[in-house]
Design a protein around this ligand. Sequence first.
Ligand code: GRF
Length: 219
Amino acid sequence: MPAPSAPQPRPPAHELDPRARLVVLVSGAGTNLAALLAAHAAADYPARVVAVVSDRADAGGLDVARGAGVPTVVVAPGDFPDRQAWDAGLARAVDVAHPAWVVCAGFMRILGPAFLARFGGRVINTHPALLPSFPGAHAVRDALAHGVAVTGCTVHVVDAGVDTGPILAQRAVDVRPEDDEPALHERIKAVERELLVDSVARIARHGLVVDGHRARIGG
Ligand code: GRF
């Protein structure tokens, strides 16, 4: 008769969580991150934030993550000899958390070749304009300056360009005559948070299909 085996230690509860692992990249206040964290607090949300990585030690999003008990890492370009080394360092830091998906939520840097070689096709970004209109860091200002009547937000797959990757979801926001940049951005962000939380849930449940410049959620 075989000797009875010793009882196996149970893995910690978080290791048993089958939900899709998210690493969120932030540079700013982290209100989109906060929306994802609020969503993942519900057991039936199909993804959970396992780490938050920032390029800036002073990003408010890091405090948001710490408040939710999520591990944080800062990978600042100034700590690396050049852009390529920073990009590789960022990829290593994200890799440690074994993400299924990487979510750029107000991350204000371009991801480079090393990062995309490791995670390409699994990185999504949220942008405060209806792409392909108004890519770049000043999307809300640029939309206002152009005099558009409607702008909005876009969730897209990240490629090597600046906000050029395949579009997954968009929502429109009307521009009001009295709008300035902060007022319009706040209204966009309210819609953007919902769109991001919903898109991430659908991606976690159904995956992504990327075909050239077209992408859709689900197989
Ligand atoms: C969002 O509107 C995002 O699309 C843009 O910057 C804003 C970040 O907001 N790139 P927050 O840091 O999530 O509050």
